[in-house]
Structure formats: C-alpha cells, structure tokens
Design a protein around this ligand. Structure first.
Ligand code: DLL
Length: 442
C-alpha cells in the first residue's frame, strides 16, 4: 500500500464521506441562497428552498450552472463572500474575449492545496523531495496549484514555470528535482530534449511526474515513462472548481480519485441532463460543496468521462473518474491553454477579415501546433509576399495576445476554403488524442 496525505479522508468509510458531503451541501445551499443573488433567483424560480436539501442525496433537486453563467456575471457576480475575504483570483479563457474569473478565500486555497498535496503524495512525493513546477504561473491555475500543494506537504518547490526547455533540463540536472509537474506534451518534449542532449535519464533524480491540464493517451504515458525513466501520474482540475488536484492518479493507475469531500462529482447525459449510472460515459458535473468564495452548484464541466466506485487496490475509498475522453463542447486545448473557435473568430473579425477560416491542429515533436487559415479580403489583397507576411504576422500577434497561445496564420485566396452547406467545419484536429463519441464505453 502506498502513502496518503490525508488517509482519514482518502480512505474514509463511505458512511463518513456521505455524512460530511451532506453537511457541506446543506451549508453550501444556504450560503448560495443568502449570498449569491443569481442562485437565489434560480432557486426561487424552481420553488426550491435551502430547507429542501437534507442530504447529498437531494443534490438532483438543485439546478445546473454553466460557463455562460460565469460570463454573464463577469467578473465577480457569482462570488458568495465580500471582497475582503478573497485572497486569490485566477482566470481561464472564455468563448469570447472575456475570461472566466474565479476567486478563493484562504480556506478555499487550503482545500485546493490539500487536493494537490494528495496528488503529490499519491505519486510518491515526500517532504524531502524537490518538486519542479513547469506549469505556467499566473492566472492559469497549474503553476500556483502544484506550488501550494508541494509547500503544504513540506516539500521544496522549484518554481521554474514553463518555457526555455534547455534551462528546464539544466535545472533538473543541477537542482536534483525529484518530481516533475507540467503538461504531458511538455513532459514528452523535455524527455526528447534530454535524449537529444545525450543525457541518460537514469542519471537524473526525477522519479515521478504529475501531468495534466490536457488529455493524453496511455501511449503517451508509456512514451514519457520511457523517455524520462519515471512514473507518469495524471492530475485533473479546472479553474472553475479548483485548479489541479480535483482528482489524481494513485499507484494503481486505475482512474483518478476525486477529492469528493470538496468537489462532488456526478455524470449526466449531456442531452437529457439526467444522471447516468456508474461506469457509463457522460458529462462530468461538479458541486463545490466545501467552497466559500465561488460555490458553484452542479457545474457542467463539458468533460466526458465515467465514474467508478469499486474499491481501489491502493486503499483509497474516494470515487474514481476515468481519464476525460472528450468534450461536449468545441473547446480545444492547445499546449495546455483552452481555446474556443469562437475566440479565434472574434480576433479575425476584429482585425477586419471575414469569418472564413479553418483551424488546423497537429502535433509536431509532441507539441501542439495550431495553424489558422484565413481568407484574404478584397481590400487587403496584395501580390507582394512581404506585405502578405506582414499581415500574417500582425494577425498572429493579435491571436497570441487574445488566446494566450501562439497560432501560425496562413492567409489564403478569397473563396478558397471549403464552404459548408450545414454547420461550418471550423476545426481539423489531426492529433487524434481524444474521442468525441459521447456515451461510448472505452
Ligand atoms: O487545466 C487545471 C489544471 C492545471 C489541471 C494543471 C491539471 C494540471 P483549466 O485551464 O480551467 O484548468 O482547464 C480545464 O482542462 O475541463 C479539461 O477539459 C482539461 N483537463 C484538465 N486536466 C486534464 C486531464 C486546468 N488530466 C480543462 N486530462 C478541463 C484531460 C484535462 N483533460
């Protein structure tokens, strides 16, 4: 049996979990009703009073929340605490220019950090280890999430942040990093760089990695484990609920244990919105039963996965979710950054082009590459290669500043992109990492 950060919760009896989940849901419903006008209105509309919630089994009585609700109440409209109680703001991309803004009280950051610490310990991290964090620091939750988790555990954080791969490798070598935290695609890239530099991965002190923020396949896991000679653990999270650490892999690699003492999961059919039985694939929904600042009720993540409740050989009793196999919306994840086609369209229109475009995504050297083909407009048309390149560069810079991730722009002749007779096909994803077939068992 492995190690646990909080065995009293991670290995708790189901009865005990049910008890704390129920108490927290009751408290949360009250908090939402009294402090978030959006929820008061929603509950009133369906005739629901906080007194109708007696246990976690009443969860289905509550209404759903979607990303649009966060956008409509941008930036702080769904917060349930006064400003003075907040200690942190994070954000992630929305479908238009606006970000989804999330806030945390000190308690919220602590519970999130506990989730990240559980993930680290499940990957074999101890307080004597050096934790190398190559997730981006900033509004994105990856960097600070693992950072706080490692500090809470008493390990030593090396807050490298992302980028400059040669420097990452040097730090791995010189600082003796034991646990590597980054996106799986970046782990592959670091692994390849190590090979190219002629470094034997066995000469490094790294034992395990905590990789997430984007979908990755079992094949990729095998590739990373070989290239870096480590154990590759998955970690899942989303800013709206908490960052990394909402769920995590244990040594059984048998699905990700959900921190359901704070983030209660359900699987629903994305069409009918009805709950689905365990083991069936559908949309993952979370209720932040223990969160003070942003207590989202039945938040639809759009991630497609299944939940399993059989006992895990690691000893944890927390339910397990499968790796997300797809999404029920059109969000793309490019090098860990969430990108909606509508954001790309927004930039194209703002820069004076027509909405005739095609987004192509591929994997080169294990890194995602996004190319956006955009049709020239009559007024911008030019024969000069130099002028074309200048236009492409300008549009590319506009994409980078809005999306937070680079996109190569290819201006093409007017009316050269395929027209559709129905729904326009805007995205060609050649990575084939995730399977969009909702409801299919994998
Ligand atoms: O990606 C938080 C995070 C940071 C998780 C670092 C893990 C590690 P967002 O930017 O809000 O938050 O993106 C959340 O990313 O709804 C999933 O679609 C996807 N995602 C996150 N982790 C995984 C994973 C962070 N392990 C969205 N596997 C989620 C597959 C993942 N998809």
């Amino acid at each position: 049996m492995g190690m646990f950060y909080q065995p009293e919760i991670e290995c708790a009896s189901r009865d005990y979990l049910h008890h704390i989940q129920s108490a927290r849901l009751i408290q949360m419903t009250k908090n939402c009703y009294e402090n978030v006008p959006f929820y008061k209105k929603k509950f009133d509309e369906i005739g629901l009073s906080p007194e109708d919630i007696h246990s976690i089994d009443d969860l289905h009585k509550l209404p759903f929340t979607v990303k649009q609700d966060l956008r409509d109440n941008y930036p702080y409209g769904l917060f349930a605490v006064p400003k003075e109680r907040l200690i942190r703001i994070h954000a992630s991309s929305g479908t238009t220019g606006k970000q989804t803004v999330v806030g945390y009280t000190a308690e919220d950051v602590l519970h999130w950090a506990e989730g990240a610490a559980r993930a680290l310990v499940a990957a074999g991290c101890t307080k004597d280890d050096y934790v190398h964090v190559s997730y981006g620091y900033g509004l994105f939750t990856g960097g600070l999430g693992l950072h706080d988790g490692a500090e809470l555990l008493g390990a030593t954080v090396i807050p490298v942040s992302s980028g400059n791969t040669a420097r990452q490798v040097q730090i791995l070598q010189d600082f003796g990093s034991n646990i590597l935290c980054c996106t799986p695609s970046y782990a592959m890239f670091i692994g390849e760089t190590i090979a190219q530099m002629g470094i034997d991965p066995k000469s490094l002190a790294v034992r395990a990695g905590i990789f997430g923020a984007e979908p990755w396949t079992p094949e990729m896991r095998a590739g990373i484990e070989t290239l870096l000679d480590i154990k590759a653990h998955d970690i899942y999270g989303l800013s709206e609920i908490a960052g990394p650490g909402v769920s995590y892999d244990c040594e059984a690699f048998n699905g990700l244990h959900v921190c359901e003492d704070y983030f209660y999961p359900e699987i629903i059919d994305p069409e009918t919105l009805e709950p689905l039985p365990d083991g069936e694939y559908g949309e993952l929904v979370f209720t932040c039963i223990g969160k003070e600042a942003l207590p989202l009720v039945r938040y639809r993540t759009r991630d497609i996965c299944a939940i399993h409740r059989e006992k895990c050989s690691c000893g944890r009793t927390l339910v397990r979710m499968s790796k997300p196999v797809g999404r029920s919306d059109d969000m793309l994840i490019i090098r860990g950054v969430n990108v909606f086609p509508s954001q790309v369209e927004h930039v194209i229109l703002r820069e004076g082009y027509e909405p005739n475009y095609l987004i192509e995504v591929s994997r080169q050297n294990n890194l995602d590459v996004m190319t956006v083909k955009v049709e020239m407009t009559a007024d911008k048309f030019t024969d000069s290669v130099r002028e074309m390149e200048a236009l492409e560069k300008k549009l590319s810079a506009a994409m980078l500043s809005t999306l937070g991730v680079s996109a190569a722009i290819k201006l093409v002749e007017p009316r050269s992109l395929p027209r559709s007779e129905g729904k326009a096909k805007r995205v060609i994803d050649n990575r084939h990492i995730i399977d969009y077939n909702v409801g299919e068992k994998k």
